[in-house]
Design a protein around this ligand. Structure first.
Ligand code: PEP
Length: 256
């Protein structure tokens, strides 16, 4: 299985800054056989960066897109419009769920629209701090996972990448707010068991599961060695070139 290192740039970098970063990243990128390095710039930067990127070295992801192909949806960009421009799309990120009100029904349609347009969705799931405190983690993870997958055919399961991102561990500067590798292991086990129970063992073996939540070069190795983890989704640290390439180096040492 490939190891995925995915940088989520969120609402950062102008198109010019994104282009300069990409140029530097492609130059600095260590050899990385069996690893897929992906960055997710703002939508406006995707098309120009798609002309600049060397797809043998790395790939682009969208941060979000709308599930209808065309129509009266002012302000939206469709997966159809992104096909040929990106290879991946982040779907159901917690910032889309909690700031912009996306729910599992909408997210399921986005996962299906991505697959339909030959873009691999990275379906983000994760519990909030209060859901964890109230012992609801298992239910939330199951609901978001099976809800998000509910609009695709079983045969398409392997096209979807799952990212476990505990909401309370995202963009954290406090060590006490980092997920421990044991906490991550427990939820990854639950994700894989839920998939096996629903789709069978064989179909589930091909599904990649990533972890995201304040990953940096010092903790990346510990998360990458959690059983069942195939890579990382990185926000803040992916904006700093040296940190992002250090994480890729760690992944090379640990996984390849
Ligand atoms: C994210 O937003 O997907 C993320 C993991 O962010 P950070 O690494 O900054 O916690």
């Amino acid at each position: 299985m490939k190891t995925y290192i995915v940088g989520n740039w969120k609402l950062n970098f102008t198109v010019g800054e994104a282009s300069i970063y990409l140029h530097k990243l492609m130059k600095a990128l260590p050899n990385h056989r069996d690893m897929e390095v992906v960055v997710a710039p703002s939508t406006v930067a995707l098309q120009p960066l798609s002309l600049q990127i060397d797809r043998h070295k790395m790939k682009l992801a969208a941060q979000n897109a709308f599930y209808r192909d065309y129509g009266a949806y002012t302000g939206e960009t469709s997966f159809l419009q992104l096909s040929g421009i990106v290879d991946y799309a982040i779907v159901g990120h917690s910032e889309q769920r909690y700031i912009f009100g996306q729910d599992d029904k909408m997210i399921a349609k986005e996962v299906a629209a991505a697959v339909r347009n030959r873009i691999r969705p990275i379906l983000c799931i994760g519990e909030t701090e209060s859901e964890r405190a109230f012992g609801e983690t298992t239910d939330v993870i199951r609901d978001q996972l099976l809800g998000g997958l509910s609009e695709i055919a079983d045969d398409d399961l392997e096209k979807v990448i799952i990212a476990y991102e505990p909401v309370w561990a995202i963009s954290s500067t406090k060590v006490s707010k980092l997920a421990t590798p044991d906490e991550v292991a427990e939820v990854v086990k639950l994700i894989r068991k839920t998939l096996v129970d629903t789709y069978g063992k064989k179909a589930t073996e091909k599904v990649s599961v990533l972890f995201g939540g304040s990953v940096n070069p010092s903790n990346a190795g510990a998360y990458l060695t959690v059983p069942g983890i195939n890579g990382l989704l990185i926000g803040g640290s992916s904006l700093i070139l040296s940190e992002f390439t250090d994480i890729i180096e760690v992944a090379k040492r640990v996984k390849v």
